[in-house]
Design a binder for this molecule. Structure first.
Ligand code: NDP
Length: 400
């Protein structure tokens, strides 16, 4: 147990760490903003950022900043995006209402439902008074309704237009104000909190690729792959992981809350009781038609976006989109990523494309010098098994 770690000075914390781990952290870099941003700050942890290219959404071309530690994600997204762009690009649309909940168990559904219906106007006024500036900029609390959860549990759902913000804090302030009203006039509230199942902040993206440009057989195999993800959760989880490879990379690059996007996406994928793929592929009129639909409650202000210089730069790279446009770009990257992954899996297999990148990672891990990396990759790939032992041997060889 380390008691009161957060109350210690940095020097004292490093002493505690030295004692606990035997590691001297005194040379670690400190970012003065980040030091204030989280608790028990140690240092910064960096991830690579790359650019996805050839993405066309609603007729506009984008270069896309993507932050990921995984090799092949950016290459695959760019490859998928290029094929779709050549066929006209992605068509995307998004809506944005954030949902919050008052969770109640001490009164029956009918009592709560009636109170919400009769007092709708007053309740929305209370919610908006808790964050008046949101209404002033054209957003704010728009509606409320009661939903029966089971015999003794009800959710009162609040729907708020949070404009450019993700709105977690706005929602929570509004809900806490409503809780006070409920507890005064109706019943105690067990919890007042935002929901991450943001199914009123859905982004829908579609694309069409002529089957003849892919070959009929490949197009049919992609359709089959998408069908597996609709019927088997084991396959769906991996299908969706591939989609999130692209989505998370842009969500992180733009300073957004990727845990919120992840939890919303997976909850939405299981909305009818079975976990399914977030995208589908069908053939219609000689076109392979892809569609993805998922909650993307992303923001261009709020959270840490304003204090993260890279997030600011990355939003500029994207042409400073508003939150809806940003969601449409991110959803399109997800569909591009999914297209590239399915295409690879049903044709040459995922490993072939990954081989060189995997070899590169292994060689870097085993100390291959940058100026001899290409040579080392060739040696490792041509030498048969790509594994740690062979990577070590290749590094020794080229260092001679
Ligand atoms: P902030 O609390 O940073 O709020 C954003 C604020 O930006 C708004 O409240 C608004 O304040 C201001 N603003 C300025 N311009 C605009 C505009 N054009 N449109 C909208 N707002 C504008 O962030 P959020 O409330 O968005 O919450 C996001 C943060 O909350 C993230 O860091 C997230 O990780 C975290 N979080 C997430 C939870 C979850 O997902 N379950 C739970 C709790 C926190 P004003 O109106 O006063 O100008």
């Amino acid at each position: 147990m380390i008691e009161g770690y957060h109350k210690l000075t940095r020097a004292q914390q490093l002493q505690v760490l030295l004692k606990a781990t035997g590691i001297d952290f005194s040379n670690l870099k400190v970012d003065s903003v980040h030091q204030e941003q989280i608790e028990n700050y140690l240092t910064d942890f960096s991830l690579p950022e790359g650019i996805g290219v050839n993405l066309k959404v609603n007729g506009k071309e984008y270069v896309v900043p993507m932050v990921t530690e995984e090799p092949s994600v950016i290459a695959a997204a760019s490859n998928g995006a290029k094929i779709v762009s050549q066929a006209g690009g992605f068509i995307a649309q998004s809506q944005r209402l954030v949902i919050g909940q008052l969770l109640i168990s001490k009164a029956g559904f009918e009592v709560i439902d009636e109170y919400v219906k009769i007092n709708q106007e007053k309740l929305l006024e209370i919610a908006n008074a808790a964050h008046p500036s949101m209404q002033k900029r054209g957003g704010g609390a728009l509606k409320m309704s009661a939903r029966r959860l089971d015999t003794n549990k009800t959710s009162v759902d609040l729907f708020v237009d949070t404009k450019e913000a993700m709105g977690a804090n706005t929602l929570n302030s509004m809900l806490e104000a409503l809780k006070v009203d409920f507890e005064k006039h109706v019943v105690d509230v067990d919890m007042a909190i935002l929901s991450n199942l943001a199914d009123q902040a859905l982004t829908v993206v579609t694309c069409k690729v002529p089957t003849k440009s892919l070959g009929d057989e490949l197009a049919q195999k992609i359709v089959l792959a998408s069908e597996y993800a609709q019927v088997d959760p084991y396959r769906a989880a991996t299908h969706n992981k591939g989609i999130m490879n692209g989505i998370d990379a842009v969500v992180i690059a733009t300073g957004n809350d990727w845990r919120a996007v992840e939890s919303g996406a997976h909850a939405y994928a299981a909305r009818d009781g079975q976990y399914r793929g977030l995208s589908t592929w069908k053939i219609s009129d000689d076109q392979l038609v892809g569609k993805i639909q998922l909650p993307l409650p992303v923001a261009t202000v709020g959270g840490s976006i304003g204090i993260n210089a890279m997030a600011q730069l990355n939003l500029k790279i994207l042409g400073s989109p508003n939150a809806k446009r940003l969601a449409e770009i991110i959803g399109s990257v997800g569909l591009a990523q999914n297209f590239a992954a399915l295409k690879a899996i049903v044709s040459e297999g995922i490993q072939r494309g990954h081989m060189r990148l995997q070899a590169k990672s292994l060689l870097l891990e085993h100390g291959a010098p940058n100026d001899k990396l290409s040579e080392a990759v060739e040696l490792l790939v041509s030498g048969g098994q790509i594994n740690a032992q062979n990577a070590k041997k290749v590094v020794e060889e080229i260092r001679k």
